[in-house]
Design a protein around this ligand. Structure first.
Ligand code: FAQ
Length: 327
């Protein structure tokens, strides 16, 4: 199953064989805002960039189920539990659409999963932080899904058709996730002093990691320039991070919470919030595998994969039986 054999199905010529005329024609299509579809010619580097980004995105959705899954059995009410369960299932669905979009580029899902499990492929840094209290579930919906939406709305206009279409539905669902998170925060902030302190503590711990979700600074972002020229990305990492800060700080004020940044101030002239420098050392440590929960997340993912071996075997046997019957 999972489209085996796709890994060999190159959709473009090896880099050396690409002619200037081909590359120019491709760029002209991108510049004209035409969607590039799976069967169209594309530069090998474009294909590889998309596989890297889409598969990292898919892995993030799948690993991203863990921090919230941790609270499924401890959600404070039945209603909260049902909502959280639906959200975590949505994340699994997002992973599946994204693996599907990446497969159209000629890589198999088995290959992508193998790269995640071996540690070769990255997933978002944010999911390597622990969820210590119920307020963290509010903070994830509000800040993590909020940052995800800010980053992903422009991806609905990505030049690659299958990715852009997958993002439309994902963004609609992320928008609901963001609201449910904010509503949890609002409830806690209107509750007892202890509940409000819990919400503040969650904001303190999730603020900076959420800003890191947008990736390294523009100066350090090795892929941004090319990805923007290809209209995979529409805004730079720093532009999206700033947009997120600008919309989120007033939301924190409405909650009566303090963003953990002493240098944060609104600049009337630019219309943007100024903020302190991000601790990039922490970011690079986390993406190198040394965050607080990297080992735990990967161990759980590997165990889930091993535990699911019988399902894959059964699905393969079923597919083979159907193929035989059809033949
Ligand atoms: N974490 O040159 P750039 C979600 C890597 S989904 C880990 O700037 P690029 C939903 C980057 O891959 C969250 N690695 O790269 C949810 C590259 O790696 P390389 C995921 C990161 O691609 C909510 C290297 O650093 N969203 O949250 C990170 O142009 C709640 C250099 O960076 C997406 O994936 C990071 N934060 O820009 C689920 C969105 N940042 O080349 C559950 C799609 C960078 O060494 C619960 N992706 N890296 O292999 C993108 O928009 C882009 O890929 C960026 C990075 C913006 C993430």
């Amino acid at each position: 199953m999972y489209t085996q054999g796709l890994d060999q199905a190159g959709k473009s010529d090896p880099a050396g064989a690409e002619t200037k005329a081909q590359l120019d024609a491709f760029q002209a299509r991108v510049d004209a805002e035409e969607k590039i579809e799976a069967k169209d010619w594309m530069p090998e580097a474009y294909r590889r960039t998309l596989i890297r980004q889409i598969s990292q995105h898919a892995h993030s959705e799948i690993i991203g189920m863990q921090p919230e899954g941790n609270w499924l059995t401890r959600a404070p009410t039945l209603k909260r539990k049902a909502i959280l369960l639906a959200k975590v299932q949505d994340e699994a669905g997002h992973g599946l659409y994204l693996y599907g979009a990446a497969e159209t580029l000629g890589i198999s899902r088995d290959r992508m999963v193998a790269d995640l499990l071996s540690g070769k492929a990255k997933y978002s840094s944010i999911f390597n932080y622990p969820t210590l209290t119920w307020a963290d579930i509010g903070a994830i919906g509000w800040l993590v899904d909020g940052a995800a939406i800010m980053n992903q709305i422009p991806l609905c206009r990505c030049s690659y058709g299958p990715y852009s279409r997958a993002m439309v539905r994902i963004c609609k669902e992320e928008s609901f996730h963001q609201r449910q998170g904010y509503e949890i925060m609002l409830t806690l902030c209107r509750g007892t002093d202890e509940q409000k302190a819990m919400a503040q503590d969650a904001l303190n711990r999730f603020w900076w990691p959420s800003l890191m979700m947008f990736g390294p600074s523009d100066a350090a972002s090795k892929h941004s320039a090319q990805s923007m020229a290809w209209k995979i990305k529409r805004f730079s990492n720093d532009e999206l991070r700033q947009k997120f800060i600008d919309v989120t700080v007033p939301q924190a004020e409405y909650l009566g919470l303090k963003v953990p940044d002493d240098k944060l101030r609104f600049d009337e002239e630019t219309g943007h919030y100024e903020h302190s420098d991000i601790d990039w050392q922490e970011f690079f440590d986390v993406i190198a595998g040394n965050g607080p929960c990297n080992e735990q997340r990967m161990a759980k993912r590997r165990k889930a994969h091993d535990d699911g071996a019988w399902v894959r075997e059964a699905a393969r046997a079923h597919a083979a039986k159907r193929a035989k019957a059809a033949a």
